[in-house]
Design a protein around this ligand. Structure first.
Ligand SMILES: Cc1cc2nc3c(=O)[nH]c(=O)nc-3n(C[C@H](O)[C@H](O)[C@H](O)COP(=O)(O)O)c2cc1C
Length: 324
């Protein structure tokens, strides 16, 4: 196991955009952050400057790609490396029907040869790590030997780090949300992969919520990736920073807000709507006195056209009990 555990915040569509990542970085300087999935099609044909834009403060930050065309993915990986991303991750875990229709995401677990081709092509075009995020199986194809063979195949194509969401996905019949809740979590399967592939870096994902959870997993795998718990309760990352990394510079919640304000102000000047930023910070005071007032104030005021950073400042006064 690496001496510094690998702890990351999961890629989450509509959640881990650049505003959220900037905010999370203020809370935890050392956790690895992932972009939302960006499709190779979008990067190839769309506004790539916009799609790849991020702030230097976000490092270390990984770019997650969705796709299954080796040539296109290889070009997109290179774009990511050229923009300074620290890692390229291939999404082999998303079960959404739209994604499956495009032949990427979790359905690719049924096509290990194609995934291997993609990984190999991406590896040839970049020198930063190319990693894979997958499930433990899909549909009826969920036996351990199949997962073992999948990991072996992709590893032989040059992938050294796997992030494994410890539940299978049903490609039809369950919505993406249900696919994050209904199939049971099978941590033992991920632990066994680490035992069988000791030289690979194995990161466990799924249902990790507390420092106690993280400690339990870190005894058996190299790292953990946290999704929903980090989004709904972002200050959990301060505990993570304190427990596993340098804890000298941890900001209090109000300090996080104050350091975030200049960024928000700049983004508003660039035409970003305030709600596109404040929606990520609603959970900052979760479980704290005034946390509900913070959330309510932001929800009720940030959407107004005239609203600016003073809305956040006012909400902070409410939490600090200095306003009524
Ligand atoms: C709103 C939302 C969006 C997600 N989008 C992505 C995505 O773009 N790429 C991906 O690989 N996984 C995505 N996921 C799955 C998460 O990365 C993670 O695997 C899953 O939530 C399980 O981890 P958790 O139990 O810690 O939340 C998404 C999850 C949520 C809740």
């Amino acid at each position: 196991m690496p001496s510094t555990p690998l702890i990351s915040v999961a890629p989450m569509m509509d959640c881990t955009d650049r505003h959220d990542r900037y905010f999370l970085r203020l809370i935890a300087p050392d956790v690895l952050l992932y972009t939302e999935m960006i499709t190779a099609q979008a990067l190839t044909y769309g506004d790539r400057d916009k799609l790849l834009a991020y702030d230097a403060l976000e490092h270390p930050v990984a770019l997650q790609l969705g796709g299954s065309d080796p040539t296109m993915l290889s070009a997109c990986a290179k774009m990511g490396e050229d923009r300074g991303y620290d890692e390229i991750n291939l999404n082999v875990g998303c079960p959404s029907p739209r994604v499956s229709l495009g032949r990427f995401g979790a359905c690719l677990m049924l096509e290990p040869d194609l995934v291997a081709e993609c990984v190999s092509a991406m590896n040839q075009s970049v020198s930063i790590p190319v990693t894979v995020k997958c499930r433990i199986g899909v549909d009826e194809q969920d036996s351990y030997p199949l997962l073992h063979a999948f990991i072996a195949k992709i590893a032989s194509a040059g992938c050294k780090t796997f992030i494994i969401h410890a539940r299978k996905a049903w490609l039809s019949g369950l919505s993406p949300k249900q696919n994050r809740e209904v199939p049971p979590l099978c941590y033992d399967v991920v632990y066994q992969i680490k035992k069988d592939f000791p030289s690979l870096t194995i990161i466990l994902n799924g249902g990790v919520k507390t420092i106690a959870d993280i400690n339990a997993h870190l005894a058996l795998v190299d790292g953990v990736m946290i999704g929903r718990a980090a989004y709904s309760n972002p200050y959990l990352l301060a505990d993570i920073q304190a427990n596993y990394f340098n804890n000298n510079d941890i900001l209090s919640r109000p300090e996080v807000v104050n350091q975030f304000l200049p960024y928000v102000s700049n983004q508003i000047k660039n035409g970003v709507k305030l709600t596109n930023i404040t929606r990520h910070i609603l959970g900052l005071f979760q479980g704290q006195w005034g946390g509900a007032a913070w959330r309510r104030y932001l929800s009720q005021h940030a959407y107004l056209k005239t609203s600016g950073i003073e809305i956040i400042e006012q909400a902070l006064l409410l939490v600090e009990g200095r306003s009524c």
